[in-house]
Design a protein around this ligand. Structure first.
Ligand SMILES: NCCCC[C@H](N)C(=O)NCC(=O)O
Length: 518
């Protein structure tokens, strides 16, 4: 058979970097706000409820079906045009948000708030469809090759964006000026769009080659398309309903918390927002470059731990490679010990370690699910860990219990997605997965809309008699009740995972069975 561009490993990985950069930059923009929540409140004069409203607005178009509509548009227009339009929308939304906080539309609070919301709505439309488009592109290039690895790397780039956005934003907003943090995040999306435009040349070429060699038939393309009949079938399938509800409730307990986690650590445990010079690692005199370097190395270690030993057949080689990576990792931690000990007292840096941890743990749990199965049980355990995490971070006041809570949260955030997304592939036929993910992301956005806003609103409400003192810096927000509310979501998630396990017993999708025979 005639060779195409995707038969070259180097080109496949180049394509992955070009398109995953969009995930990196859009996850960065989505999540960097958490690192500067306190600075935004002071800089824009907004309350926690208003901060929550800005975060929640990311989902407004998606709660009324924009992701599904975006999926249909993606089917009709294809990767190139849809990628440009939706990537362009996320860039436009980011520019509007950056212009809003820079005071371009007016520097009074309500103008900045309204335009920030407009920016986030437009960004949210683009971002979610970009996620679907990037996944499609990976399938196009990696089907029959290293698809699972490519998907893991892709989500790793996204998590790296989240972590770096949260950790670096306060450095960019030095002196309390939040505008540079917004402009930088918007520029990142612009750069990744340039990468996407470069990708388009490869996409045109491979489509030509595939057409010439007759690899893609019309029916094959049609198979992937969204159909309302599939949608109706999905939402009447008991197992799918439970897993979609679990997706909504679980992510509602995790993503919104990330938007408040640095502020929670600052207010509850007295962590800092801005980094002292002891915690700075400078490269060419720049703390931002230094932080970026530390995170990129963490990513490389995370991926090496989970992928290099697995690549060897013999147990001796597996063990040897694990020992070599562990030694290098310990050396890295030792050299940076002073920096890390400062980081663990800084709100944004500590919170950013949660998404970083998932890069290490998600592939490990993924391979456990492959080998041992027990997907529904693991989702129950992950949800129970959420309950522990949020009890530790709310009703108790000891900082070490707080760290333990954050670690549990990181494990839950790795365990549930690692078990959930492959489980969907067991419940739903492969050629209907696009519709299934679009539907689940829509449910997810309903939950996110409520809880991004709800945490901020509840925070203002329970602290209503102390708000003036909080603004004056005389006292701190009490996060107990808002975080306790998230513990309740953990309980509901565990119950939904249990119901999923029961439904699976009846319907026989085999969620508890291993994916591989060994
Ligand atoms: N903070 C990034 C938001 C990503 C939203 C997206 N719908 C999603 O859930 N992706 C899967 C994931 O686990 O990130």
């Amino acid at each position: 058979m005639q060779k195409t561009l995707r038969d070259s490993a180097a080109l496949r990985w180049l394509v992955l970097i070009l398109i995953s950069s969009l995930l990196f930059s859009t996850y960065w923009f989505y999540d960097f706000y958490g690192g500067i929540k306190g600075l935004m409140e002071r800089g824009m004069g907004i309350s926690s409820e208003e901060y929550g409203r800005i975060m929640s607005s990311t989902t407004y178009a998606n709660v009324v079906g924009m992701i599904i509509l975006g999926g249909i548009i993606l089917d009709r227009w294809g990767i190139r045009l849809a990628g440009l339009v939706f990537g362009g929308l996320s860039f436009l939304g980011a520019i509007i948000s950056a212009a809003a906080v820079a005071g371009w539309f007016g520097d009074d609070k309500s103008t900045m708030l309204i335009w920030s919301i407009v920016g986030r709505i437009i960004f949210g439309i683009g971002m979610e469809v970009v996620c679907v488009m990037v996944t499609r592109t990976i399938v196009k290039w990696f089907m029959g090759y290293e698809m699972a690895l490519a998907m893991a790397l892709n989500i790793g780039f996204g998590r790296l964006g989240t972590a770096m956005g949260m950790a670096v934003a306060p450095d960019l907003a030095a002196g309390g000026f939040i505008s540079p943090a917004f402009s930088f995040a918007a520029i990142l999306i612009g750069i990744s769009l340039v990468f996407f435009i470069i990708y388009i040349f490869f996409d045109i070429k491979i489509d030509k080659q595939r057409a010439e060699s007759g690899i893609v038939t019309e029916e094959e393309v049609d198979e992937e398309k969204f159909r309302f009949a599939d949608f109706k079938k999905l939402i009447t399938n008991r197992s799918f309903i439970y897993i979609a509800l679990l997706c909504m409730v679980f992510y509602s307990a995790v993503f919104p918390l990330l938007a408040y986690a640095p502020d929670l650590l600052v207010n509850k445990y007295g962590f800092s927002y801005e980094m002292g010079s002891d915690g700075e690692f400078l490269i060419f005199g720049s703390a931002i470059l230094g932080t970026a370097f530390i995170f990129v190395l963490l990513l490389i270690f995370g991926l090496s731990f989970s992928m290099v030993p697995r690549a060897f057949k013999s147990n001796t080689h597996k063990l040897l490679s694990f020992l070599v990576i562990s030694t290098l990792f310990l050396g890295y931690v030792y050299v940076l010990r002073d920096v890390f000990s400062e980081w663990l007292l800084n709100g944004p840096k500590t919170a950013s370690l949660i998404p970083m941890g998932t890069i290490l743990f998600t592939p490990i749990f993924g391979s456990i699910v492959d080998k041992k199965g027990k997907a529904a049980t693991l989702m129950m355990i992950g949800s129970a860990l959420l309950v522990f995490a949020y009890l530790s971070l709310s009703v108790f006041n000891h900082v070490y219990l707080g760290y333990l809570g954050l670690i549990s949260l990181g494990i839950a955030f790795s365990l549930v997605p690692a078990a959930m997304w492959p489980a969907v592939a067991r419940i739903v036929a492969e050629n209907r997965l696009g519709t299934a993910y679009g539907t689940m992301f829509t449910f997810q956005n309903w939950g996110l809309a409520a809880f991004f806003w709800g945490i901020g609103a509840l925070l203002d409400f329970v602290n209503r008699y102390r708000l003036a003192d909080i603004e004056a810096g005389l006292t701190n927000y009490d996060y107990t009740i808002p975080v306790l509310m998230l513990a309740l979501l953990g309980v509901i998630s565990a119950w939904l995972a249990y119901k999923l396990k029961q439904a699976d017993k009846l319907q026989g999708y085999g969620l508890e069975n291993p994916h591989t025979s060994n």
